[in-house]
Design a protein. Structure first.
Length: 49
């Protein structure tokens, strides 16, 4: 479900082009999917920053 990360960094390892990660645009109140690419790492800067 929708949440924010309390930690400083979160690493999301994606493989086999399987996605599910979305980001929320507060200015438009719209969720956008993050494209999954094979062997991709998404680095999320959490609430600490």
């Amino acid at each position: 479900g929708a949440h924010s990360d309390d930690g400083s960094l979160t690493f999301v390892f994606q493989h086999d082009n399987k996605s599910g990660l979305e980001i929320f645009d507060r200015s438009t109140n719209v969720w956008h999917p993050v494209e999954a690419r094979d062997n991709m790492i998404v680095v999320n800067f959490g609430d600490v920053f």
